[in-house]
Design a protein around this ligand. Sequence first.
Ligand code: ADP
Length: 613
Amino acid sequence: MTALDLITLLSQATYVLIFLLVAWSSVRSPTPAHLDMTLFFGILAFVVAYSRVAAAIGFTPPDWFVDALIVAIIALPYVLLRLLDDFTHVPVLLKRAAEIGVVAFAVVLFALPGSALPPPVLIALVVYIAGLFLYSGGAFIRAARRAQGVTKRRLQAISLGAILFALEIVASGGSSLLVEPDKTVLAAIGQVLGLVSAGAFFLGFAPPPLLRRAWQAPELQYLLTRAASLPRLPSTLEIVRELEKGAAGATGSQARIGLWQEDDRKVRMWTPVTDAPYDIEPGQLLAGRSFEEQRTIFSADPIKDDPQAADIYRSGHIGAVMAAPITAGERRLGVLVLFAERPPIFEVSDREITQLLADQAAVILESRALIDHAARVRAREEATRLKEDFLSAAAHDLKTPLTTVVAQAQFLERKAMRDPSAPSDLQGLQRIVREGQRLAALVTDLLDAARLEQGKLVSDREPVDLGALVSDVVARQHPGAHAHDLDVRGAIVGNYDRRRIEQLVENLIENARKYSPAATPVSVAVWQAEGEAHISVRDQGIGIPPADLPKIFERFSRASNVDDRRFHGMGLGLYICRGIVEEHGGRIWAESEVGKGSTFHVTLPLQEGRRLN
Ligand code: ADP
């Protein structure tokens, strides 16, 4: 036996083996796709088996038999077209034309005497066979590009099969034109191509379960390894999209996830690309039915199984649907729907994978719900804490001056009633004015804090000379018990909200005065360095304990060394200062040593083009 004989025998045996395998799957589940596969490999197996047997026993077939054999071979590209139709859309007109072609050639063949065909018929035959093969091969390649996951791999294998099949025909045809030894070499190449092509067709059309699982594994694994991080994605829609991508990749179909909306009692889905939401009722479409009945549904003919929604399936080219409910324990969370153009994209084992994917989605969505719930609880707690902070601060700090104002006013009222002609009590009135102003300042702080929450503290900006602004603020201070040093180096101009920067500087100077003993100086400096404006306010006061330093810029926060009875305050001033600075794009911080004093630093951006270094 020569090497060529061996290769020929091997490839022929492979065809027969593959035929037996697909015939067996047809017997087990006689779907149109399985029957087409059986027909395809049946023709190939029959042709090779016949030629071998006929050569072995020296059988000379009658004319009709040869004609029938040729018709079977002519039908091969038509069967391939049917197989293409089992996987993706093929125009009806083309299918009918291909059928008419087979019948027409058969009629001509049987009508003509002998087996030699006249040249025009021969040319038409070659065009017919080559045309259909090229069309199917191209369509499989295009479908493979569109598909994903396991379906992509199957269609790639089929495309490879089609290309190799075409090359095999070229090689076999070419070898008959050559002389030895090239003839044998090309014939051998043709046989090898045929062998590989048959294998590729088989793997693509009817992949053994083991291979199918291996093809699905990377996508499944990718999804499972990402499962832990998915619940923390910024939005639920992003989680849904990731799950859809994973499910589509793992099953080689298209995937959509619907989420149950308890309030509307509907299942919400989102269109791809535009993210537009749309709702379906429980029971509506096969997806809604799977959700309502809480079971996995597979339909190889959705138009027949759900005629009410036939238009939707038709217009969406949906030829097969697999839907599984997403449920965590008793909680119905939604539904996972997989759909494909044609049923053979799915296999029986996909049912389990779909359920697995739906369960995985349930775990992920459930933990997302828990994270959301925890965030809501935290936000509620924070809001409650804020309210409590506010109430205690307001109750304490607003009540003290208010009590003074009311008591003082009542005292003056009684006095005036007793003796209307008595001279007015100037000191009492001054006290009312002072406490009233303090009250007004506290209310202003509260309003500013509320504005800061909405990020609306800073408004109109204009070029401001920071040195001049700080000098004005310092000049306006009552000297009182404190001396003020001022050090302004150069013209420092930035785009600021003048009123707010004044408020910031006033606040820092007021604090420096408030928290330092009489007669100690307060030093204010303004300069520019490293492309930023700098302001510092230094005092020689009580200082801030290190543990409190990071907290003093927070709302209602006061350092532990501050005695409420001695130093009035609500702990909002620095919070507002930080808001003003940060809304301007700057930074604020403090350095301090208890008993020695504190320095507050502020940096602000300079006006563009004014940065000197
Ligand atoms: P308030 O002065 O109303 O308490 P602030 O927000 O202005 O609120 O300040 C927060 C806290 O920071 C103060 O309660 C005080 O403990 C501390 N603090 C602020 N400025 C100084 C300073 N110059 N020296 C010492 N402590 C200060």
